[in-house]
Design a protein around this ligand. Sequence first.
Ligand code: PAF
Length: 292
Amino acid sequence: ARRGNNAMKICHTAADLARELAGAGRIAFVPTMGNLHEGHLALTRLAREKGDAVVASIFVNRLQFGPNEDFDRYPRTMEADRAGLERMGVDALFAPNEHEMYPVPQLYRVKPPPLGEELEGAFRPGFFDGVCTVVLKLFNLVRPQVAVFGKKDRQQLKIVRGMVQQFNLPIEIVGCETVRAEDGLALSSRNGYLTATERAEAPRLHRVLRGIADAIATGRRDYANLESDGRAELARHGWQVDYVAVRHGLGLRIPHPEAFDHPNLLIVLGAAKLGATRLIDNVDVVPMPDVD
Ligand code: PAF
């Protein structure tokens, strides 16, 4: 039965959640770390189309933060998040505390493939081990039939999808288009860290990636030059660039200009810091279906 009309149930323990979801039908799951914005709400909207009951989770996962990253100052806005999810007709919110998720130190970890050490993984060592480990735990606690992830974290979407395939988890992974501000900036909880001046500069990341994608669409094949020009343009405007990378949209492998990598299948990813804030984004050369 389609739900979404009753008051949202908040579950702090897995046992509570299991009770709530008994007989709920096809469960569509939206895992988050909270501080929800329109991008997250779009995930819940898509989840509503995919399942009978929608479950969101809020858990700031220490395991995926590096020692010098923003775990402690990551924004925690439970009351606003709860109201937003309720407005979206989410049926249950799973909001475990750290002890519920990690009652003892987490000694077993998921080890992602080498792709997990590239791009984001090269600059955030252990990030995808932490993501995959918590996502697998969340999947086992929520037991969804469908889970929705944002395409802004394109590498995360790809790696989670690969984990589900290789561990034979009976879960359909659905990617949701990135939601952008009017000036193109991808919505992100970390945008809240930006000063007014930085916020005005921030859309350049998307513009640079879009510019590279458009250059590829009109025939450029010198990907390395496009990448280094993109990095230089960001650096000129005060960004500290981690990467600007043209990749194959399906496997995220490096395309070879000589080989036949159809340019329509390429995507452009970037990560760079503006002041203390690290932003990531990616664009498709041409919009592509959500398959891998
Ligand atoms: O994308 C996120 O918010 C997190 O990486 C996730 C998937 C909720 C795991 O902690």
